[in-house]
Design a protein around this ligand. Structure first.
Ligand code: PLP
Length: 443
């Protein structure tokens, strides 16, 4: 056994050491450049090495970096919560700061349960999610996630929570076709609520656009309106997991804006600090906070680093950068360009079954047969071959395979929102080369 000290994702895999990043590029200690085609884990939304963020970091560090949330608040945390509320659909949110997307969804779950307790209905304590979903890796968040590969090892310890059909029109889990299905996947929520009993359900959680569990799966128009109506009919809170879609990524500040729905709770992470610091948040509307304010007056959760002033100052600077450089608009414009280029590219490559997405959250799904949409056998490892091949050629893309009961192959392409058209050309060229080479290996 060769002793190392950092436990890396795959223990016998070599990981290059990154020296620095600038814009959409990362450079390793051997001088190799990587075009960051997925913003890391769909995180580095404003690109790498932005001086304004470094300046904000230094300024806050020279004042104070840490205060404990049980003892003090801070100007950056107060300003950031206000800013998020101003940006969010409906502008009436409170924010509970956490440090990762998993903590954000798990806190949303806890707040939903507490909300019903404070309203005298403690039996409403289950959260429904969707079969293809990823809400995080901690036990509570993983319990709400339908990501088979990430759950498998821990199933005995996970809460047994209900799941419903995802709005995955390319390969409908209910065997139907849109629009004649009339969104039977949304009705599946209704059916599940009736089966379980609304008196047992606190909330329904969904990613506006499904990310890691299938790849940029955009729901049909009207899906979320219908979902919200069903939730309201049955007195169930709606949690939008905007960890991947939030903060400009999809060409709107919040993914849910595309669907005209105001979630009761929102989980944020990734793009809100663009990777410059660990920072995430759970946002709750006034009406969710009201019974808690009238009741126990305290959310039973929190972490040592919650509302960290240093992290809040960095997130504020990231939001200011996004506004100053109009990156919401950029995500939409560049996203359309990238989507079109990828679709043109896909025409000539038989194993690309679907190219889909919104803004700069785009995915390619790979199939062994385009007409039948037949998936590759899981043991061929098409998704990991794609990631490896592109990595070798200096392009980073993100895995979204294994989402259909452990099968299926997809990758996410989600570069920083500052990407230029020339960089898009380079990205598409390397990706096409990588896919063609993998295709030659697996067909
Ligand atoms: N929710 C969604 C939609 C995500 O995509 C992720 C991470 O990929 C998470 C939650 C978990 O976030 P984190 O990895 O920061 O814990």
């Amino acid at each position: 056994m060769k002793r190392e000290h950092v436990i890396k994702p795959i223990l016998d895999h070599p990981y290059p050491t990154i020296q620095y990043g600038k814009g959409v590029y990362l450079y390793d200690d051997q001088g190799k450049a990587y075009i960051d085609g997925c913003s890391g884990a769909v995180t580095a939304g404003i690109g790498h090495g932005v001086q304004e963020i470094v300046d904000a970091m230094m300024e806050q560090a020279s004042k104070v970096s840490f205060v404990y949330r049980s003892q003090f608040t801070s100007e950056p945390a107060e300003q950031l919560a206000k800013k998020l509320s101003d940006l969010a659909p409906g502008n009436d949110y409170w924010t509970f700061f956490v440090n990762s997307g998993s903590e954000a969804t798990e806190t949303a779950m806890k707040m939903a349960i507490q909300y019903w307790q404070e309203r005298g209905r403690p039996g409403k304590n289950k959260v429904i999610s969707r079969r293809m979903s990823y809400h995080g890796i901690t036990m509570g968040a993983l319990s709400m996630s339908g990501h088979v590969l990430r759950r498998r090892r821990f199933i005995p310890l996970l809460a047994d929570l209900p799941v419903v059909a995802p709005p995955y029109c390319y390969r409908c889990p209910l065997g139907k076709t849109s629009p004649s299905c009339q969104m039977a996947c949304a009705d599946d929520l209704n059916t599940a609520i009736k089966r379980i009993g609304a008196e047992h359900i606190a909330a329904f959680i969904a990613e506006p656009i499904i990310g890691a569990a299938g790849g940029a799966i955009v729901p049909p128009a009207g899906y979320y309106k219908k979902i919200k109506e069903i939730c309201e009919q049955h007195d169930i809170l709606f949690i939008a997991d905007e960890v991947m879609t939030g903060i400009a990524r999809t060409g709107a500040m919040f993914g849910m804006e595309h669907y005209g729905v105001e979630p009761d709770l929102i989980a944020l992470g990734k793009g809100m600090s663009a990777g410059y610091t660990p920072m995430a948040a759970t946002m709750a509307k006034d009406h969710v906070m009201e019974p808690i304010l009238q009741g126990s007056k305290s959310i039973m959760s929190g972490h040592t680093y919650s509302a960290n002033p240093q992290s809040a100052a960095i997130s504020l600077a990231v939001l200011a950068y996004i506004e100053k450089h109009q990156l919401v608009e950029a995500a939409e414009i560049k996203g359309t360009i990238l989507l079109n280029r990828l679709r043109q590219m896909a025409d000539g490559i038989a194993i690309i079954g679907d190219v889909r997405g919104q803004g700069l959250l785009i995915a390619l799904e790979f199939v062994a047969d385009r007409t039948e949409k037949r998936m590759f056998a899981a043991n061929i490892g098409v998704t990991s071959r794609m990631i490896e091949k592109a990595f070798h050629k200096g392009l980073l893309v993100y895995p979204a395979g294994g989402a259909v009961d452990g099968e299926g192959d997809a990758i996410i392409v989600a570069p920083p929102l500052v990407i230029t058209e020339e960089e898009i050309d380079q990205l598409v060229r390397i990706l096409a080369e990588s896919i063609r080479e993998v295709m030659a290996e697996v067909i």
